[in-house]
Design a binder for this molecule. Structure first.
Ligand code: ADE
Length: 267
């Protein structure tokens, strides 16, 4: 997968040299290029922002350097991929984007080329995204309902979530199957040795050797945890994916099926 990131803080992306992603880059699974937006300015001060049209607080990123930077990304990526018709999907991290979810991570992991436009200040002049959309798919994405100082930290989040889904990046692909959000549930609690630590024991069922019992316990714990921490996820579960034991546990927790959807029972 080819990744291009345009930012005014190239050093912010240094963690992409580390850990799983660093290894994926060294193994040739990921080809990452970071571009400094200021390299596409032509004034002495390398200016990338200006005051907002219509007035108001803050600054807006000027369209000219962005236009040139995205032209350069297109050329660099096409040459790296050896395909002069290839286009990236342009991911624009912004608090006003659609939510970035595990499903979105899977979608992005299926694409050969992602480009990221890191906004700072109040954002990027909207015409940049309109112009880009004539040449490539544009995906404004939010990593959560809070406001960061810029898109760079969000790019780290998105790249980490996407890269670990690429074949060969996570050592044991089984670990992708049972994790949080894989089936619309949070993951069950996990334990390792020692069997007792500070007077706390690992739940007995986990050393029973009975795989069916272990699987049922994990499923129950995932449901309990999800109901407690993320009732919004329980509401979105497809009842067709729930068995009788799931429904019995959810009933105990105060959830009932109504018109084919899980709802909290009236007290
Ligand atoms: N840039 C600033 N805040 C952001 C957020 N919540 N998600 C993605 N990009 C952002």
């Amino acid at each position: 997968m080819r990744l291009d990131v345009v930012t005014i803080f190239p050093e912010y992306l240094a963690p992409l040299d580390l850990s799983l992603i660093g290894r994926a880059r060294r193994d040739g699974v990921l080809d990452l290029a970071v571009h400094d937006l200021r390299d596409f300015t032509h004034d002495r001060h390398r200016t990338v922002d200006d005051s907002p049209a219509g007035g108001g607080a803050g600054m807006v990123m000027r369209p000219e350097p962005w236009g040139e930077a995205l032209d350069a990304v297109l050329a660099a990526g096409r040459s790296a991929l050896g395909d002069d018709t290839a286009v990236p999907t342009l991911v624009v991290p912004t608090p006003s984007g659609t939510p970035f979810t595990q499903a979105a991570a899977h979608e992005l992991a299926g694409l050969p080329w992602l480009a990221f436009a890191c906004g700072r200040y109040e954002g990027i002049d909207e015409r940049v995204l309109e112009d880009a959309a004539e040449r490539m798919p544009v995906r404004p994405l939010s990593i959560g309902d809070y406001v960061l100082g810029g898109g760079e930290a969000a790019v780290l989040v998105v790249v980490e979530a996407v890269a670990r889904l690429l074949p060969g990046v996570v050592g044991n692909p089984e670990s992708l199957v049972e994790e949080s959000h894989a089936a619309g549930l949070l993951e069950y609690p996990v334990y390792t040795r020692p069997a007792t630590w500070r007077g706390r024991s690992v739940p007995e069922v986990l050393s029973s050797g009975n795989h069916a019992l272990v699987a049922r316990w994990r499923r129950d714990e995932a449901l309990r945890r999800t109901a407690r921490r993320r009732p919004d996820l329980v509401e979105r579960l497809d009842p067709a994916g729930l068995d009788a034991a799931d429904l019995a546990l959810l009933d105990d927790l105060g959830w009932v099926l109504e018109h084919g959807r899980l709802c909290r029972a009236e007290p």
